[in-house]
Design a protein around this ligand. Structure first.
Ligand code: UDX
Length: 449
């Protein structure tokens, strides 16, 4: 029988980007379904929509970011600024909450923050509140990315090698070169603080399961020496759509209803990736030439300095519209779940990867930044449920990868492996599955504080 957690409140603190808000809100939904009350503290920047979650309490703190700072491309700089500016308001907010909760019947049992908030240990220590960390990356990326400053110092800059990076398998040398090219000036001090905050926490939570992290989970347990929970790879029970910062174009679904089973290639690059105008045109031409129906998400800001999809010439757009649909933001989980979708051309953000695996949709991988390079290798080299574009954003490559995925023998083998992986992941959340057991331990852990 489930234990009652009535009377216990958990405080959550997401990092304000879409790929981090979604898993935190999913975690909130899971904990709420197990009887905990939920308070979400969030920045004014990219505030989650409180009205979509009437059962949670939302508290906003000022972040002091200017409009220019919000748009910076150096995400480590952005996160460093946020950590500096939010510490004092966060401390005040949490202290007030703790005082007011004493006078009520409800006890605050713990605080869970995104791994990107690094100032938190001193605050929770002074307030004597147990603290857990949520990583929105896959376990192997989280585990190994602390070695990136060292790898940057040692890297040979122009390697196009296929060799595996010893410290970071199954990442390849050529991925590492791309990853290290990203502008991340404040990386080393930021990662050092993150490591400290993680090691001094009462545990780490991953939105994943053992089946997707076989080698890395035991290593993470050994390295971090705190309890590790991989609790929920299947987002179907707790959809992310309600935490969207963008307006979803709901016309995608009736359009998909008109398409044949498993005929559509869905194309989306998440909330952060950017590309050049020629790259978007190459992708559009590859889609057109493949002859498959497609649903293409062109997020505002995907091509820097543009309003929306005006970079696609009118004539090409007209041909594209005959076979496909272009939207600013899609209800992604619903799209991936739809019977008409047969493939996903993706940037490989971890949420997108998990959502695709859960719906059994094979992928074409085009990673742009950060953990996406590693995720793409997991998909193509380890699980073998996708094709890798090897960073070639060329119309012919895109066309032929779509054809191989939908019609070739390789595509068939990939679909079969994806079906088996999906089944494994589904089993993990059933009674006695790995994620289900891990969730039970997490609930016990939180209840014991
Ligand atoms: C960021 C990083 O880029 C990613 O590498 C990291 O793993 C998490 O943080 P993001 O780029 O937004 O995330 O990608 P992803 O992790 O895939 O998250 C995007 C979320 O937005 C997903 O939950 C997806 O369902 C949702 N989405 C995306 C939509 O709802 N509609 C869209 O059109 C596109």
């Amino acid at each position: 029988m489930e234990k009652s957690n009535d009377g216990l409140r958990v405080i959550l603190f997401p990092l304000p980007i879409q790929g981090c808000i979604n898993p935190m809100i999913q975690l909130a939904k899971i904990l709420h379904s197990r009887g905990f009350s939920i308070t979400v503290i969030h920045t004014r920047f990219n505030a989650p929509k409180a009205s979509s979650h009437p059962l949670f309490t939302f508290l906003e703190i000022p972040d002091g970011l200017s409009e220019t700072e919000k748009r910076t491309e150096d995400k480590t700089f952005l996160f460093t600024l946020l950590n500096r500016r939010c510490e004092a308001p966060f401390h005040d907010c949490l202290a007030k909450l703790l005082v007011s909760s004493d006078s009520e019947t409800q006890r605050i049992s713990c605080f869970i923050h995104d791994s990107g908030w690094t100032f938190t240990p001193s605050v929770t220590k002074s307030l004597k509140l147990p603290r857990l960390v949520l990583s929105t990356y896959t376990v192997s990326f989280f585990l190994n990315h602390f070695a990136l400053p060292k790898l940057r110092r040692e890297a040979s800059q122009d390697s196009e090698q296929d060799d595996l990076v010893q410290e970071f398998p199954p990442l390849r040398e050529k991925d590492l070169v791309r990853l290290l090219k990203e502008k991340r000036e404040y990386l080393e001090p930021y990662l050092n603080m993150m490591l400290e905050a993680t090691k001094s926490s009462s545990g780490i939570i991953f939105m994943s399961c053992e089946e997707l992290n076989q080698d890395s989970l035991p290593k993470a347990r050994e390295d971090f020496k705190v309890p590790i929970y991989a609790i929920e790879p299947s987002f179907s029970n707790f959809p992310a759509s309600s935490s969207s910062l963008f307006t979803q174009d709901e016309t995608c679904i009736p359009w998909l209803d008109k398409q044949e089973d498993k005929s559509v290639i869905y194309v989306s690059f998440g909330s952060l990736a950017t590309m050049t105008r020629p790259e978007l045109i190459e992708i559009a031409c590859g889609l057109r030439n493949s002859g498959q129906p497609f649903l293409l998400v062109v997020r505002v800001g995907l091509v820097k300095g543009t309003e929306w999809n005006e970079v696609i010439p009118g004539e090409l757009k007209a041909t594209l519209n005959e076979k496909g649909k272009i939207v600013k933001w899609a209800p992604q989980q619903e799209v991936l779940k739809h019977r008409a979708v047969g493939g996903f051309l993706t940037h490989n953000g971890w949420n997108s990867v998990v959502e695709s695996v859960c719906e059994g949709v094979p992928m074409i991988c085009l990673p742009f930044i950060w953990d996406q390079f590693l995720n793409a290798r997991l998909i193509c080299d380890l699980w073998r449920v996708g094709l890798h574009l090897e960073h070639r954003i060329e119309r012919n490559e895109i066309e032929s990868s779509i054809r191989s995925l939908f019609f070739g023998n390789e595509g068939e083998a990939i679909r079969e492996r994806m079906r088996l992986l999906q089944e494994k992941v589904e089993r993990s959340v059933k009674e006695n599955g790995s994620a289900s057991r891990s969730l039970e331990s997490l609930i016990d852990h939180i209840s014991s504080f």
